[in-house]
Design a protein around this ligand. Structure first.
Ligand SMILES: Cc1ncc(COP(=O)(O)O)c(C=O)c1O
Length: 404
């Protein structure tokens, strides 16, 4: 056989690809698959808690009950069963009126970030972000050539005065603000109730739509639930993203976007049709079957109990092993905590940690505009207690070695 012809012409990719870079984190995570490596880097749920038997049973039940319907093309908005379930669960959680027509089912909430970017962002448009912010959102917005206005944060999340200041001086005026108000990725912080009200009021005053990303809200370890921005808004357009990834399993890719704006939902539906026609029918049926079973609420409680214990183990280990100058927070839910090592560039620390076979994500990646180098994101959901203790001891060893 003759050898395959090599491509000789230059490929003329679209300009938007210029900002699509291989995620350093994803590249790094490949290394963490090696044995004996303890990774606090990824954002993975605990695989041993996946309800594998129950999902197998639910799949069989769906095949018996729906058969070909669950394997056929379906509507872009999602199955009526899933839309109803989301409207009821969120309506109950946030004490608000929601109807299935406010809900669309997505292939992961990451798809929601992409579709929302697609319908709002023209090249050069500005988006308001917390500093630091979720890297996957920055990646999604980068692909549409967004620019960023960043708002200062502290332990209670976004600072309303800083948001107001940014909006007063913004030119061009931003398209929306993206927020993770509850157990934020990457910091684990939660926006206080008072700030939620103030931020919604500011967005109403400036007529700025809010993109509320809430993958972790059901993973609360202590304290009372707080109202979502979606439920607080009177006039503001809030587009809320939720997901089954952290309460059932991310591989199912079942997630949802919820908004009272019919115009926004219609545009997302058009964008979704062009992207993938619809979310996976089979996993929507299976997810719904499992989520409406007696086992589901107990399953979520088990996840919460397990992650709470892992957070505590990690906090104890940090207090025991890390140098006294280390600062870290105590998130009341979710999967991440944030560590600051004053005077240390955590990106430079990473190779030393690789020698110790422990990984984390350097904080600098989560800042789209600012150079903040002393932070790190630690995930506490994926590794068991023993591994957490050992991993933090290794991390402390690396920090001491780095300082010498
Ligand atoms: C803040 C945030 N948003 C969205 C996602 C995407 O989740 P999924 O696409 O699995 O629903 C993640 C995943 O870790 C996340 O942390």
């Amino acid at each position: 056989m003759p050898p395959m012809a090599t491509v000789s012409h230059a490929l003329r990719f679209a300009q938007r690809t210029a900002r699509m870079r291989a995620s350093t984190i994803r590249e790094m995570l490949k290394v963490t698959q090696q044995p004996n490596v303890i990774s606090f880097g990824g954002g993975l749920p605990a695989p041993e808690l996946f309800p594998t038997d129950a999902i197998a049973d639910a799949t069989r039940a769906v095949m018996n009950e729906y058969g070909p319907l669950a394997l056929q093309y379906s509507v872009t908005e999602g199955t009526p069963e899933m839309r109803r379930w989301v409207a009821q669960r969120l309506g109950h959680r946030f004490d608000m009126d929601l109807s299935p027509s406010n809900v669309m089912i997505l292939n992961g909430s990451q798809q929601g970030l992409d579709l929302i970017a697609k319908i709002f962002i023209d090249p050069g448009d500005q988006i308001v972000l917390e500093s630091p912010s979720y890297l996957g959102a920055i990646q999604a917005f980068d692909a549409y050539q967004a620019r960023y206005l960043t708002v200062e944060t502290d332990d209670e999340g976004m600072i309303p005065e800083s948001l107001e200041h940014v909006l007063e001086h913004a030119d061009p005026f931003p398209k929306f603000v993206y927020l993770g108000p509850t157990f934020q990725n990457p910091t684990g912080r939660t926006l206080s109730r008072e700030r939620r009200e103030r931020i919604v009021a500011i967005c109403e005053k400036f007529e700025l739509p809010i993109l509320e990303d809430d993958p972790y809200g059901e993973l609360r370890f202590e304290g009372d639930d707080l109202p979502s921005l979606l439920s607080l808004a009177r006039k503001a357009t809030v587009i809320y993203l939720g997901t089954g990834s952290k309460i059932v399993a991310p591989g199912m890719r079942v997630a949802w976007v919820v908004t009272k704006s019919a115009d926004v939902l219609e545009k997302i539906a058009l964008a979704k049709q062009a992207a993938d026609l619809q979310a996976n029918s089979l996993t929507q049926y299976v997810f719904h079957r499992y989520a409406t079973s007696d086992q589901f609420d107990e399953h979520v409680r088990t996840i919460v109990r397990t992650y709470r214990e892992r957070r505590d183990v990690m906090l104890d280990a940090l207090a025991e092993h890390m140098p006294a100058s280390t600062r870290f927070n105590r998130p009341s839910g979710g999967m991440f905590l944030w560590v600051s090592l004053p005077g240390i560039d955590t990106e430079e620390l990473l190779p030393v940690c690789a020698e110790q076979r422990v990984f984390f994500v350097p904080g600098v990646f989560f800042y789209p505009n600012d150079d903040v180098h002393d932070g790190m994101r630690l995930n506490f959901s994926n590794a068991g207690n023993e591994k957490i203790r050992l991993g933090i001891a290794r991390l402390a060893e690396a920090v001491r070695g780095f300082r010498k």
